[in-house]
Design a protein around this ligand. Structure first.
Ligand SMILES: Cc1cc2nc3c(=O)[nH]c(=O)nc-3n(C[C@H](O)[C@H](O)[C@H](O)COP(=O)(O)OP(=O)(O)OC[C@H]3O[C@@H](n4cnc5c(N)ncnc54)[C@H](O)[C@@H]3O)c2cc1C
Length: 414
């Protein structure tokens, strides 16, 4: 019996198990997936927990129940990958593989910033990139009386790079609804030179920040958090004071990648941008946030990658050449508050532009333009995630590679 081993049962690992098990002969291939946790979290829901929009039960399910019944599920910590022996060491056993898929994601590393884990952590400084962080922040916001709210990104890349902007927009809307917006100053602090990485999108988002009276502080490369002065300080000694700091700490791949000697400085794995094969070992494939590919670290990206990677694993097993197909396609809703959202659709080469999605002219979704319909799309994404994405069901009318239909490249012609 040959062995396909998947490391990580988050978004990408679960999708790969569900895509591949039905396509591999049961009498030839054994499929195993390993994850340290029992719970699978819907991470996009962490954005809504602090504002009491979602409850705990809406963002978590038992991981094993989401995976094909004929896949072996091992709930254990993965210690080390030994690629030269085709082995993976778990906490108390070692298992072999013929083909390995690494889907161990990325996670926050607050310890990388001086002072971040000081006395104010979880008192006046919070993250919303973890389940625990989002809940602690929710409890803080429920009773917060106002002051200086600083929403901050430490460094790129981070997963869902638009999530901190969404947090700032939703905070504006939340405090308005509570009738206390005049008591809150919101500042958005980023290491980027504008609101976002891509120029057209950055302009649209900077406009929205201004409209909502959110002050933008670009080019901020944090050196430390000064717990005594309650300020973040950058390498040019620029100081930004806060009463409440909501930060996205450095994002890194799991320490297991470092222990296995497979990653870069941030423990992301060098991966072919188009085939998703590891650059170092031909029987290892990498998907989702664990890769170093210059696509967004997003569930939607993992979904498009999973379609190409499924084909490539089957081609690899049969000895054929891999498809150089994955184009960096990302499709993300951006919540902008007041029950509205934007939609962006882009890839490695094409930045987000205006237009309609998925159909030219009729949409019904609008690109880079706020609409209530887009907000419904964002909320519907949770249902789609649990019921379609994880099961490996394609989303109707949304192709794995970015479509040019409906996109307007010359904004003046709109
Ligand atoms: C606040 C927030 C908002 C987001 N919003 C969106 C959005 O709107 N749209 C979107 O598309 N994406 C969004 N994302 C991003 C999306 O959730 C991730 O990109 C996606 O989950 C990545 O999937 P993955 O499988 O690569 O990693 P994960 O889903 O994180 O899974 C990795 C798995 O590996 C396991 N693992 C890691 N190391 C070990 C080990 N040593 N031993 C055992 N198990 C291990 C972990 O336990 C985990 O289950 C958001 C993320 C956050 C945090």
């Amino acid at each position: 019996m040959k062995k396909l081993l998947i490391l990580g049962a988050g978004t990408a690992g679960t999708m790969m198990a569900n895509h591949l098990r039905p396509k591999l002969r049961s009498n030839e291939w054994d499929v195993t997936i390993v994850d340290q946790y029992k719970t699978h979290y819907y991470q996009p829901g962490f954005l809504f927990l602090p504002f009491d929009t979602y409850t705990e039960s809406q963002v978590k399910k038992v991981g094993k129940k989401l995976i094909h019944k004929k896949v072996n599920y091992i709930q254990k910590k993965i210690e080390k990958i030994i690629p030269n022996e085709n082995k993976v060491q778990l906490e108390d056993e070692t298992i072999n593989y013929d083909v390995l898929i690494i889907a161990t994601g990325s996670k926050i590393a607050p310890q990388e910033t001086q002072g971040l884990l000081g006395p104010l952590w979880k008192k006046d400084i919070f993250d919303f990139y973890t389940y625990e962080g989002a809940l602690a922040l929710r409890n803080k916001l429920r009773d917060w009386k106002g002051g200086k709210l600083v929403v901050h990104i430490t460094e790129m890349p981070i997963k869902c790079p638009v999530a901190p902007l969404e947090f700032a927009f939703l905070a504006d809307s939340y405090f308005r609804k509570k009738g206390m917006r005049d008591k809150v100053d919101i500042t958005y602090v980023t290491p980027l030179s504008g609101a976002f990485t891509k120029p057209t999108c950055s302009t649209a988002l900077a406009y929205l920040l201004k409209e909502k009276d959110i002050h933008l502080e670009p080019d901020f490369s944090i050196m430390e958090v000064d717990n005594n002065q309650k300020a973040i300080v950058d390498y040019e000694e620029r100081e930004i004071p806060f009463d409440l700091l909501v930060t996205v700490p450095t994002n890194m791949g799991d320490e297991l990648i470092e222990r296995s000697g497979l990653g870069d400085d941030l423990n992301f794995i060098p991966t072919d941008h188009n085939t998703l094969q590891s650059k170092a070992h031909e029987n290892i494939f990498v998907i989702g946030d664990a890769t170093d590919v210059p696509a967004s670290k997003a569930g939607s990206v993992a979904h498009f990658q999973a379609e190409t990677l499924t084909d490539n694993i089957l081609l690899y097993i049969d000895g054929y050449k891999l498809k150089k197909e994955f184009d960096g396609h990302a499709n993300c809703f951006i919540e902008t508050g007041n029950n509205k959202a934007l939609l962006i659709d882009f890839n490695y080469k094409t930045e987000p532009v205006h237009g309609t999605f998925p159909f030219a002219k009729i949409g019904p979704l609008r690109l880079l333009k706020e609409s209530v319909f887009n907000h419904w799309g964002k909320l519907a994404f949770r249902w789609i995630y649990w019921n379609m994405l994880l099961k490996g069901i394609a989303i109707p009318f949304v192709s794995r590679n970015m479509s040019f239909k409906g996109k307007v490249f010359d904004i003046k012609s709109k």
